[in-house]
Design a protein around this ligand. Structure first.
Ligand code: ATP
Ligand code: MG
Length: 257
């Protein structure tokens, strides 16, 4: 199956899960984001693509209310993030931080189990779920479960981060360059696993990358960002036809000729 057929085959229905309406974010006199308008539908993998500093991480943080918009509104499941109880909101959203963001004094298994503790799971279920999640991301239990983050490679830490985000089975996933530190082969495997998982479990994901190949493989739509704005929002199929200069520059990165 080609990349495009693969992404087109994803099930997307029309329920809006996340909606940005005229969102701006200003800090210290700097306009970090401006005029963001975006509807993310149930079952989508919406990719935020753009260069370093264009505002991708800031956009993700607005969704789980790590920050609040200085203008406009961000709606999650129809309710403005500022009207959500922040804890309640974050329980519905799995978040993979850009640098894995593991707790250094907890083992890999403890990092994953942590979110289940918040949900009052009993020990047996917690252990079972933790095992399943670590194995899902390719980390065998005997070898990795008891290791601390500093005993793991960057890519292994990222995988623990993905396992942790999936553990409590949230409907929404925010992933900030989750596969950045992985080698090409492991990354391709995880990308495929991840796309299947999102599709099979009916999750909605916002996925940050600066890699167009990854964006094309995973995205049902790609939002190209530049200097705090979305300058193009297209399916992978239409992205390749774009005449926008920045889109063309990205396309050159994957052209083999
Ligand atoms: N708390 C802050 N105070 C001031 N400026 C900030 C703050 N947080 C982010 N910025 C600035 O906002 C811009 C967007 O940052 P953001 O982290 O969203 O970029 P990004 O697209 O995720 O980049 P990268 O690909 O490097 O992770 C950057 O110029 C950054 O320096
Ligand atoms: Mg970032």
């Amino acid at each position: 199956m080609s990349m495009i057929e693969f992404s087109k085959s994803m099930q997307v229905d029309q329920q809006i899960i996340v909606e940005f309406s005229d969102v701006g974010y200003l800090i210290g006199g700097n306009q970090i984001l401006a005029d963001l308008n975006l509807r993310i539908l149930k079952g989508e993998i919406l990719v935020l693509l753009g260069e370093s500093g264009c505002g991708k991480t800031t956009t993700l943080k607005l969704i789980n209310r790590l920050i609040e918009p200085t203008s406009g509104t961000v709606l999650v499941e129809g309710r403005s993030t500022i009207d959500w109880d922040a804890i309640e909101l974050r329980r519905r959203i799995g978040y993979v931080l850009q640098e894995a963001g593991l707790f250094p004094h907890f083992s890999a298994a403890e990092n994953v189990a942590l979110v289940l503790g918040l949900e009052n799971w009993d020990e047996g279920r917690k252990r079972e779920r933790t095992t399943k999640m670590l194995e899902l991301v390719g980390l065998s239990i005997p070898k990795f479960a008891e290791r601390f983050p500093h005993e793991l490679s960057g890519g292994q830490q990222q995988r623990v981060g993905v396992a942790r985000a999936l553990a409590a089975d949230p409907g929404i996933l925010l992933l900030d360059e989750p596969f950045g530190a992985l080698d090409a082969i492991t990354r391709t495997n995880l990308q495929k696993e991840f796309a299947k998982l999102v599709r099979d479990l009916g999750k909605t994901a916002v996925f940050v990358t600066h890699d167009l190949h990854e964006a094309m493989l995973l995205g049902s739509r790609i939002a190209l960002m530049d200097k705090g704005r979305i300058i193009l929002l297209e399916t992978p199929e239409n992205f390749v036809k774009s005449e926008l200069p920045l889109a063309r520059l990205y396309l050159e990165t994957i052209s083999v000729s």
